[in-house]
Ligand binder design. Structure first.
Ligand code: HEC
Ligand code: HEC
Ligand code: HEC
Ligand code: HEC
Ligand code: HEC
Ligand code: HEC
Ligand code: HEC
Ligand code: HEC
Length: 448
């Protein structure tokens, strides 16, 4: 079928469903929908502008309007022409405008009272000082911050045989609006407990146009980090050394965490080429099986901060380092990682000088590494934070470089060797990024 006819067909199906003619289909969807955050009759969808029509909370009509209108009048927002899928607003317009934001914003929301949604660092990390409080805000970060770019996501999913169309909402790459559950339910401020989890995401590769066939991801056994790997070690929650992500319980093996590796690698893998508008280039492939932070094991010696320590053979979740929506840092790097906030904002990552001696001194990336790896200060309090002499030169078990002829690598400064030696730093990203191996200085060690 061509696009116009598909659109027509979808419109008719929705109209039939809405008018209750397909009782059977509605029943099937209704089960899933009633268990969702949107369909919940206590805290689900409720568009204030149609409250006078008497639709109960959780009714489809709070999102879908027949003939772009209800009873001949058009409640706000009025668009004139019918929107795709009979939604009350255009399904998707751009990064900061579209259907979902009409409710998922804290001010000016059509949902009565507005909707508070938090960052992953807040909800899973327990970093309650984070001021970010709605989804629109999370997708509004631009350089030097970053947000998952919805235009690119839409282009990407339409190029896959997953049943998406040009009219699909890129939020539905990762969420099923008819099934998504709150995490935790009905608790917008994100205080979690092991017993109140909900599951907001669905896997794009499992997408089905028939919503009730497109299940949630993470809600069932087999879909947790502990199923992906036996080597998962949960990071600490904010300001704690006894509570762990994602729910503040003492569970550390990922049996309470959605398998985000399988989820994210539906798109970020070694096969799919992904073009990024904000970065102006294609993304590097992610080969998690062969990375040290992934299933490939660290070797030699590891100088980890608690709870990681020196035990090798661990596999991390993407969300241990990344936000799913947006971040004040580059590359969606979380502002809070493993129990504390980063020491500063990561405004620049990309290295510019790949020839030793390296004249690119930026080491903002170290703010991230510091959260899980021992910097010089952790080795010796006479040394400085976010300096990295020990792990590269001394004392860490398998330092890669001997501190001799400093000028071969450091742009300026010189010995005597030691953590406080007066040498210029070297941009971490010259050697550390997804898939990196140190070929420049020839140790050929995997460095990520
Ligand atoms: C939170 C808002 C919301 C609610 C509530 C909602 N829908 Fe939808 N619905 C959507 C969106 C958004 C789409 C478009 C999905 C996409 O972009 O791929 C959609 C698409 C559809 C489709 C097209 C096929 C599909 O599943 O993608 C049907 C049919 C449908 N909805 C029926 C219903 C019915 C019946 C109800 C109530 C039981 C309902 N919807 C409640 C937001 C909602
Ligand atoms: C690339 C995948 C992806 C895209 C695209 C995406 N999300 Fe999410 N979203 C996630 C993940 C991952 C989580 C965190 C899930 C968890 O904590 O279990 C999440 C969480 C959420 C939550 C729950 C937050 C809370 O307070 O519990 C909401 C609401 C949400 N997303 C809405 C949206 C909206 C609206 C869009 C589009 C503007 C969108 N998402 C686009 C992956 C995505
Ligand atoms: C008519 C208003 C409305 C629209 C439009 C809407 N939502 Fe929601 N959404 C809600 C409400 C209400 C909740 C439940 C909030 C709660 O738990 O207190 C919710 C919850 C969610 C959740 C579960 C996490 C949470 O906050 O509890 C996700 C995920 C989500 N919405 C995604 C979306 C996506 C994606 C779209 C667009 C396709 C969308 N929503 C459009 C009102 C809306
Ligand atoms: C539906 C496909 C899809 C899924 C699922 C997905 N991504 Fe992406 N991601 C993209 C696309 C497309 C881009 C390129 C646009 C951009 O740069 O934001 C991207 C870009 C990124 C970037 C680079 C952003 C920047 O500006 O530097 C990071 C980091 C990232 N994704 C992490 C993740 C993580 C972590 C997950 C899982 C929680 C995930 N992605 C899930 C499609 C996806
Ligand atoms: C969330 C915690 C966390 C963060 C943040 C983190 N790492 Fe790691 N890193 C680990 C763990 C755990 C291992 C051990 C993995 C294993 O056992 O296979 C590791 C292993 C490594 C290794 C391999 C060491 C060896 O002996 O083989 C390198 C190199 C490394 N990390 C570099 C970095 C750099 C550079 C950064 C910052 C850009 C960083 N890491 C950020 C937790 C982290
Ligand atoms: C083969 C290359 C190489 C040589 C030669 C070398 N270094 Fe380094 N050094 C590095 C790398 C790579 C780092 C890690 C990046 C960083 O911390 O700036 C580093 C880090 C350091 C640091 C921590 C700097 C910081 O800001 O984090 C000090 C101090 C240091 N080296 C001193 C020396 C001294 C003194 C010499 C000579 C006696 C020397 N290095 C020779 C590669 C080298
Ligand atoms: C010239 C290449 C190079 C540069 C630049 C560089 N590193 Fe490294 N780094 C390495 C190599 C090689 C290893 C050893 C990997 C291994 O253990 O097999 C390493 C190891 C590490 C480790 C892992 C230590 C552990 O626990 O075993 C961390 C953390 C780290 N570097 C952080 C940084 C930071 C932060 C910067 C920037 C300030 C930086 N590196 C700059 C090459 C480099
Ligand atoms: C230890 C922390 C850490 C973990 C765990 C991690 N990342 Fe990253 N990620 C980074 C850092 C640092 C960067 C920026 C440097 C780079 O581009 O690799 C990055 C960049 C990216 C990018 C942008 C790459 C580009 O071309 O600029 C994508 C996409 C991405 N990550 C996806 C993922 C996915 C998917 C996972 C899980 C399978 C994951 N990351 C796990 C730290 C991490």
């Amino acid at each position: 079928m061509d696009r116009v006819r598909i659109k027509g067909a979808i419109l008719i199906v929705i109209l039939l469903l809405l008018s209750g003619l397909l009782a059977f289909g509605v029943k099937a969807l209704a089960g899933v929908f009633l268990n969702s955050a949107h369909g919940n009759t206590t805290y689900g969808v409720y568009r204030t502008s149609i409250s006078s029509f008497g639709y109960s909370r959780g009714n489809c009509t709070h999102c879908h309007e027949q003939h772009a209108s209800i009873d001949g009048t058009e409640p706000a927002p009025a668009s004139g022409t019918p929107s795709n899928y009979t939604l009350f607003y255009d399904n998707y317009i751009n990064q900061t405008d579209g259907f979902c934001y009409q409710c998922h914003t804290d001010t000016g929301s059509y949902q009565s009272g507005g909707l508070v949604n938090r960052s992953y660092s807040y909800r899973a990390g327990g970093w309650t000082a984070d001021t970010l409080n709605d989804i629109l805000e999370a997708f509004s970060f631009t350089s030097p911050g970053s947000s998952h770019w919805l235009d690119d996501i839409r282009t990407f999913i339409t190029g896959k045989p997953w049943g998406y169309t040009q009219d699909s909402n890129p939020c539905t790459a990762c969420h099923n609006p008819h099934a998504a559950q709150g995490d935790p339910p009905n608790s917008p401020d994100g205080t979690k407990s092991p017993t109140t989890r909900g599951y907001p995401v669905s896997r794009p590769s499992q997408h089905s146009r028939v919503s009730n066939l497109w299940g949630l991801w993470g809600d069932e056994p087999g879909e947790r980090m502990s199923d992906y790997t036996t080597g998962y070690q949960a990071p600490y929650r904010y300001n704690s050394t006894t509570a762990y992500e994602p729910d503040g319980s003492s569970t550390q093996d990922g049996s309470n965490l959605t398998d985000f590796v399988t989820f994210c690698t539906d798109c970020h893998n070694t096969v799919d080429v992904i073009s990024s508008t904000p970065l102006g280039r294609n993304l590097r492939p992610i080969d998690w099986v062969n990375e040290k932070h992934g299933s490939f094991d660290a070797d030699g010696a590891l100088s980890g901060d608690p709870p990681y320590g020196s035990i090798m053979g661990r596999t991390l979740s993407c969300t241990d380092c990344h936000e799913p929506h947006g971040s004040p840092n580059q590359a969606l790097i979380r502002a809070e990682v493993n129990g504390a906030t980063l020491a500063g904002t990561i405004t620049t990552i990309e290295a510019t000088d790949f020839t030793p001696p390296f004249a690119d001194y930026n080491k903002e990336l170290g703010y991230l590494c510091q959260r899980c790896h021992m910097d010089d200060y952790d080795f010796n309090t006479n040394c400085q934070q976010n300096r990295w002499y020990y792990v590269h030169h001394s004392g860490s078990g398998d330092p890669p470089y001997s501190a001799m002829r400093c000028w071969n690598c450091h742009d300026s400064g010189s010995g005597p060797p030691g953590c406080n030696a007066n040498v210029t730093s070297i941009n971490c990203n010259i050697c550390h990024y997804h898939g990196s191996v140190d070929t420049i200085l020839g140790t050929n060690r995997k460095t990520f």
